[in-house]
Write a new protein. Structure first.
Length: 193
């Protein structure tokens, strides 16, 4: 999404968020890196109106200040963000903090700084990524941090999401796979079988 296509893409994104919340997707991240702070706030605020009073939690990528101002449930921190510890000290106690990690050491550090969960990535081969973690590394980080939640990310789709869960992940994130309403519906149906 860009400033130029914001109006059109915003309504598509909010419709997808509505479908995800209706289908019990537990966590949604507003991850619009190309938008100004004002536009990220605008879409986050609109998304909060959809997810409030549902079981779906809403996080904003990198910008804890925008997340708090929009009444989102929390933030997902990147390698360039403030530390989880800094956010934990300055934000409300119930503010959810997720952290992107790519090594066991980064994941342990996030846990020790009282993050609520980490994403560990990329698990599978992806376009524009030379290396990937693989299932063995995922299993290792999940075992080492147990019972701390580790969310698998990267190259996950309908063919392999069950394998990450079977190998210790508390859940998975799948940007391309879950940006499709039909995939969200199918996943929700699979969860209730």
């Amino acid at each position: 999404m860009t400033a130029q296509n914001f109006s059109q893409k915003k309504s598509q994104t909010l419709k997808l968020i509505e479908i995800a919340a209706r289908n019990n997707i537990s966590l949604i991240q507003i991850r619009e890196k190309k938008l100004s702070a004002r536009l990220v706030f605008e879409i986050a605020r609109a998304a909060v109106k959809i997810t409030q009073n549902t079981g779906t939690k809403l996080l904003v990528n990198d910008r804890a200040d925008i997340a708090l101002a929009a009444n989102a449930d929390g933030v997902h921190l990147t390698a360039r963000s403030l530390s989880a510890g800094a956010i934990r000290r300055a934000f409300p106690e119930d503010f959810i903090i997720g952290v992107s990690t790519h090594t066991i050491e980064e994941a342990e550090n996030a846990r020790n700084q009282t993050a609520d969960f980490v994403t560990f990535s990329p698990i599978f081969s992806m376009p524009n990524k030379d290396k990937f973690q693989g299932i063995e590394n995922l299993r290792e980080v999940c075992e080492k941090l147990k019972p701390f939640p580790v969310i698998a990310l990267g190259g996950i789709d309908e063919t392999n999401y069950k394998s990450v869960l079977e190998n210790g992940a508390s859940g998975f994130a799948a940007i391309r796979f879950l940006n499709d309403a039909e995939n969200i519906r199918k996943l929700s149906t699979d969860k209730h079988r």
